[in-house]
Design a protein around this ligand. Sequence first.
Ligand code: BT5
Length: 289
Amino acid sequence: MWKQIKMLRRHGYTIESRHGLGYRLTSQTDLPVPWELTKVLRTSFVGKQVVFRETTDSTQSLAISLASKPGSHGAVVIAEQQKSGRGRQKRKWLSPKGGVWLSVVLKPAIPTARITLLPFVAALAVCDAIRTTGIDARLKWPNDVMVSGKKVAGILLDISAEADQVNYAVVGIGINANVDSATMSARFDGIKATSISDELGRNTNRLDLTRSLLENLERYYLEMEQHGPGAIIQKWKKNSDMLGHKVAVTQNSKTIQGVAVDVNDDGSLLLRTDHGDIDVVSGDISVRY
Ligand code: BT5
């Protein structure tokens, strides 16, 4: 019994113990543990299988190992903290306790060329989920979710594909939910990060946030599968405030300046430079408002 109580407390439940009276559950957990999440999640395939770890190296690695198994379409791997969270291009992603760190396995029935749309689908879902907390989240090309110019969430895509078919895609999503962004910025020189709790001045419920995220992810994913890229990119653009602004795009160590004019249906950014228009397919952006 004591072992079970300890396990529940570790998973965020508050349980009082009174000598001679026994135990009393005084508050529920806000952690997206599988047995709570599957109870509230209204999806048809995303999150039908949920794997939860208190600590792992990276949910992305765990999800990739799941992806080769049959029936893993929609499987979600969640961790309370990650020891080696990954960003794009082998960058580090800080993942202390308090955040929402998860990866989703998808086996999309779309042409390989369209796989670049998945981060846009995920970014829209993150944006909607964060807005349920009352915060005005905005999208920044290619895969950042921002609040007041600071990064609140990031998205990572790993794929296994052949010329004409996608074997699997793993979408990694990291949301700074209840984490202290000042500590994070101190650890990572120069990052402009924020968190939902810092913006709200109080903690947010991670179970509600995760539920909204996964429900929206499934909705936008199905929309992309059924209607193609146009509608997704249109919605993405509506939720971004960077178009029309001067930006600097950094690719490896090269920087190109220009005005961000549009996002094309394949997800590339149309940049107007002094030397003409170019389509940028990858890179990091800083926006000058
Ligand atoms: C991303 O990379 O933004 C993708 C982040 C994906 C994280 C999720 S968490 C679940 C899953 N499992 C993983 O291991 N990863 C995924 P990128 O655009 O390359 O941004 C990385 C850069 O953001 C770093 O170089 C830092 O400057 C900054 N950064 C690191 N941790 C951050 C954080 N928690 N919040 C905001 N910025 C951060």
